[in-house]
Structures are given as structure tokens and as C-alpha cells.
Design a protein around this ligand. Sequence first.
Ligand code: PAF
Length: 293
Amino acid sequence: MFVAHSIEELVEWRTMLETPWLLGPVLPAGAQRIGFVPTMGALHDGHLELVRWARKDCDLVIVSIFVNPYQFGQNEDLDKYPRTFEKDLALLEKERVDCVFYPSEKDMYPRGRDAITSVVPASPLNDTLEGAFRPTFFRGVATIVSKLFCLVQPHLAYFGEKDYQQLQVIKAMVKDLNMPVSVVGVPTIREEDGLALSSRNAYLDAEAREIAPTLFESLFHVMDAARKNKPMSTAMAEARAKIVDTGRFELQYLTAAHPETLAPLEGDFARPFVVLVAAKLGEVRLIDNLVVR
Ligand code: PAF
């Protein structure tokens, strides 16, 4: 596994792919499908699932590890974001990743993060739901992902459905800007009790961990109610009550929406739809979603 610590090293590796005789036996004859998994490190099984999908579809798999400061809000603690580089490398080695791109902040934002041409996703996708609570988040994500796409030049790029709105933002960006990459959404990996895997779960204490699956239970309640043709307003009120009645969550939103535009459903359930939730459990902010087809 090659580790590129800078843009220069990545470009060198990428150039060798264009001139495969330089790589010798590393590259299977005629193979050229490059799969890309962008991450911020602190890898868990959810990330590794993205890598496994890429490994299954592609000849070469590249993973980036970059804690992108541009997508953190002023009140969000960038310094506290977990950094576990050596452990991440060992996990990626086991998954037979070909290249890890691990650039520095200076490499990605040479003139500082406030002096960069940015990619601003279109409204309302940019500013509803997550965007309403984290106003500059999707600009930061879209900007870094487009930089990474330009550098890595993958054929396929893999994103988790766990960050559902992020996935829709990236799909819309790729379509609107005619980027030559196929975006693949990978289903969420869950613990046995339904809790979606997330780097933030590590911050939950034992008591919080026990009630955290309430979020998934409330999403499941909405799906079940839709399947039983219950009125949407009743189903949503019951699902919200499940969360609020624990007395522990600060519910930020629970919304049933169109699966691509994320425009809230009006009147009653229409198929397919997605139900999305965000809530704070103490200091830990959790998000989850379920697509109902
Ligand atoms: O989902 C993430 O980990 C990040 O938002 C991403 C896509 C790697 C961009 O920094």
C-alpha cells in the first residue's frame, strides 16, 4: 500500500497509472477502474464497508484521510476530532487498499482556508436540515470533495448513506458540474440494536449509548406507519414523541422528505421518501435516516 503524504506524491502515483509499464506487476493487465473513498480518518466498520464496495467494483482503490477544517463551523471543535492515523493505515492495509492519500492542511489550502475558490451547493439542499444547523458545512464538503476528485480522478467514488444529505449534495454537484465520476451510495452499517455506526458513538457514555437507538426506532416507526397507511401527521408526531419522551434528546429535526431534493413531504406519505433525524444527546450530535421505497 502506497501512502502519498502530499499532492506531489499523489500526482506521481496517479501519473504512473497513466503509464502502467512503470508499475510492473502491481497493476493487472488492462485494469484501470479507480475507486475512491474520501474520509476524515478515525475509521470504523462503516468506512471499511465503503472500501469493500470499492474493492469489489474496482481494480485500484484509493482512500483519502484528511480532516477538512473548511467544513467545521466556528462552534465545532476541529481540534477534538479523533485522529488515529496509524490504526487507520493498519485497517486499510487489511482491506488491500492500493493507495492512501494523506495530505497536510498546507497542501490542500496553501493560501489558508478562507482564501479559496469554493463550491457552494444549490439551495435548498445546501441550507435545509443539516445545512440549517451547520450553515457552512456543505460548502466545505463540496469544495474539498471537488478538489479531491480533481487530484485522484477516480471513476467511482463511494459515500455512506448514513450522511444522506451529504450524499445528495455530492450527487447534485457531480451532475450540475458535469464531473466525470460515478457516485455510489453505500447502505448504512448498524449495531445490532439499530444504532448507525459513527465516529461520534465513541463519545457516548454507557447510559447515552443505551438510549441512542431510539433514533432508529423512531425512523422505523415512521416506515412501519407508512406501510400501514397511517396518516403522515400522526406517524411523525408519534415518532417525535418517542424521542422527546426519553427526556434526554434535544431533537433538532425529524422530517419526511423527497429522497433527492429533500423537500419536505406535504400532506401524506409519497413513495419513495426518506425520513431524516438529527438530535443531540448531551454534547453528542447524532444523525440518521431511513429510505422507504
Ligand atoms: O463524510 C466525511 O467524512 C467528509 O464529509 C468527507 C466526505 C470525507 C469530506 O471531508
